[in-house]
Design a protein around this ligand. Structure first.
Ligand SMILES: [Zn+2]
Length: 307
């Protein structure tokens, strides 16, 4: 069979506190390693609730994915009615334990909500500070700098990609697409390759056309390409909690049929030959409110980033 890169995003305080270790345990039982991308700075998820009033489709998605039961009310008020907890600082032991079990751990921004809501309006100095604060806090907690980064909500920009180059990341996973590539920035291929996710996420599919976590799991499984650089992104907030059982069944199904599950760094290191230089563009992904950053060559496909 083929190879599947497994990425776990941790977007909230609650996700790191309650959703990461169950996934670490599920992976440990199967002797698997994966890549974790935790948000490091303040959890201001409450600000995201304000998006209900601003972005079309956000409220229906909140209802469809049962966001309140997944995240809890506290998370939905952090940064508004409740103070925003500093995620890496408060939960450093979870990060150290995850890294200590041999998993790859990178950064998923300093301030997830600010990045997701305002990246196109942030000055370069703020983008720089976001990376700098995330890297510094990560190093303080884990004892070494992060080697990889993943932009919140698959939204990046030329300015952000150029900033990332200054931090010496070995790769970034900011985009949706079909396989590793080098973004073309100001006419040149970037030093920091992209490892895009190639499969849909649970929150994009759940509830649409009656889809359940089980049908999503089958959909993903059936979309795996034996010859492809498959990358799946799960969330500590969902697959580490309410959907842990479905996630574990998915792992079992893959392993029983001979699929190899690896961290993204390993998936990248197995790529043969030079990576193609391709533009990063914005496009729609079904089930996601707002546009995301997509590997240019995938644009011609009907559903970029989708099977
Ligand atoms: Zn996230």
């Amino acid at each position: 069979m083929g190879v599947l890169g497994l990425r776990i995003d941790v977007c909230t305080f609650e996700g790191l506190k309650k959703g990461v270790l169950p996934i670490v345990e599920a992976l440990r039982r199967r002797r698997l390693r994966a890549t974790f991308f935790p948000t490091i700075g303040p959890d201001r998820s409450g600000r995201a609730v304000l998006r209900i009033f601003r972005k079309k489709g956000f409220l229906s998605k909140m209802v469809r994915t049962r966001a309140v039961s997944l995240y809890g009310w506290r998370t939905l008020l952090y940064g508004t009615l409740l103070p925003a907890p500093r995620i890496g600082q408060r939960l450093g032991d979870v990060l150290r334990r995850t890294a200590g079990e041999g998993h790859e751990v990178g950064v998923h921004a300093w301030d997830h909500v600010r990045w997701q809501d305002s990246i196109d309006h942030l000055p370069e100095s703020v983008l720089h500070d976001d990376y700098a604060q995330a890297v510094e806090a990560f190093e303080k907690v884990v004892g070494r700098p992060p080697e990889s980064t993943a932009a919140p909500a698959w939204i990046t920009s030329e300015a952000a990609l150029l900033e990332a180059e200054r931090f010496g990341f070995r790769y970034a996973s900011d985009t949706r697409g079909t396989g590793p590539f080098r973004p073309i920035l100001r006419g040149k291929s970037s030093k920091v390759p992209q490892v895009p996710i190639t499969l849909p996420t649970l929150d994009e599919v759940l509830g649409r056309d009656g889809a359940t976590a089980e049908t999503f799991s089958s959909q993903v499984f059936n979309s795996l390409r034996p010859d492809g650089a498959n990358v799946l992104c799960v969330h500590a907030e969902s697959e580490g909690r309410a959907y842990l059982g479905v996630f574990e069944s998915f792992l079992e199904r893959c392993l029983s049929l001979g699929w190899e599950i690896v961290p993204l760094e390993e998936l990248l290191s197995r790529q043969k030959g030079e990576l193609l230089g391709l533009p990063v563009v914005r496009g729609d992904v079904p089930g996601r409110a707002g546009q995301v950053s997509i590997q240019g060559a995938a644009l011609d496909r009907q559903n970029p980033g989708q099977p």
